[in-house]
Design a binder for this molecule. Structure first.
Ligand code: ATP
Ligand code: MG
Length: 322
């Protein structure tokens, strides 16, 4: 059976980019693979440095996954810091990680350009991410396009460790779905929790509508033809509209008649209908946080068992068994 792993940071509100880029593929894999899903609270500390926000964000991120259908009986679901072995492995990996490899990472440069503090943690993020992955030896890691380079870095680091210390880690493959690789945000850039350009899927109806209305569009008059392929709003409609309706919308763009305000209302209704049931389930789940904590603790135990075995092997390989 294929082992599949992915994680999400509790760094802000879950958005439709996270959903299509990572969660939906993970939920699909649940039926037929050995699934590992974690809440990356250590990674989130690169942008969230507030005790209450991190703790509450972690619970909410877990509730999001559960509300959307993740079944803890059919996967291993835990919080990153509950398996501290990951930090030790990150160190063993960091000594075989060339500086140049990290200096080339786009995500670091993009986040610093967006004024996220350029800490060592943000710079070394891909090394911890490599440890997240390699500790569990998965075959496949479903992610959005923004994480493609980080997966390649994880493979490079694994290769570098293997050639220095002997065969230890399996090289994982990324899984990036072409149609949902980069979901655009309100401003057309990658939708990102830390860029304030998101459509949050668990926002209440009123907020959701407001966010959808903020999607940036051009000033072409309604009657004139427009290019759907360069339109942010169309890119989002593509994710939600039924195929026949999408074809009609496409025709309106091509031949004139696409009214942005009307289409935004339609998009809002589609998103709302899709996620309203999960919104209710999330409320119920958060009413009993102790239950969520229990599930996560049980998940951490299972993850730790697997992780400890890999770490023991890595320790032995580097010469810690003196
Ligand atoms: P941050 O801004 O704090 O980095 P984020 O919105 O990028 O947050 P992450 O927790 O870093 O979210 O990423 C979780 C998963 O969601 C990753 O697999 C990532 O590739 C995917 N993802 C994030 N944004 C998008 C997007 N706009 N389109 C497709 N996938 C995305
Ligand atoms: Mg990110």
């Amino acid at each position: 059976m294929q082992r599949i792993l992915s994680g999400i940071q509790p760094s802000g509100q879950l958005h439709i980019g996270n959903y299509f880029g990572m969660m939906e593929p993970m939920l699909r894999h649940m039926a037929s693979s050995e699934l590992y899903v974690f809440i990356a609270n250590l990674h989130a500390m690169t942008s969230v440095q507030d005790k209450e926000r991190l703790a509450q964000g972690t619970l909410e991120a877990a509730a999001n996954f559960l509300a959307l259908g993740l079944d803890p009986e059919r996967c291993i679901f835990w919080v990153q810091s509950d398996v501290p072995e990951v930090c030790e492995l990150a160190w063993l990996l960091s000594v075989v990680t060339p500086m140049g490899l990290l200096e080339r990472c786009h995500s670091y440069k993009d986040k610093v350009a967006k004024k996220i503090p350029a800490s060592h943690g943000l710079f070394a993020y891909p090394v911890l991410m490599a440890a997240d992955i390699l500790l569990y030896q998965p075959h496949l890691v479903p992610v959005g396009r923004d994480q493609k380079q980080h997966i390649e870095v994880a493979r490079d680091i694994a290769g570098s460790f293997n050639s220095t210390f002997g065969e230890t880690f399996m090289l994982p493959d990324g899984e990036i779905n072409a149609s949902t690789a980069i979901v655009p945000g309100l401003d057309g850039q990658k939708m990102s929790k830390s860029y304030d350009n998101t459509i949050p899927i668990f926002a209440d109806e009123k907020t959701l509508r407001k966010r959808v209305m903020l999607i940036q569009t051009d000033a072409t008059p309604v009657a004139e033809p427009k290019n759907p392929d360069t339109c942010n709003l169309y890119a989002l409609l593509k994710l939600f509209a039924a195929p026949e309706r999408l074809q009609e919308i496409h025709d309106l763009y091509m031949h004139g008649g696409a009214a942005y305000g009307y289409l935004k209302q339609e998009l809002f209704e589609l998103i709302n209908a899709r996620f309203a049931p999960a919104r209710e389930r999330k409320k119920e789940l958060l009413a009993n946080p102790e239950h969520i904590r229990d599930l996560l603790r049980q998940g951490a135990e299972k993850a730790r068992e697997k992780g400890a075995r890999t770490l023991a092997l890595a320790r032995e390989r580097v010469g810690q068994g003196y």
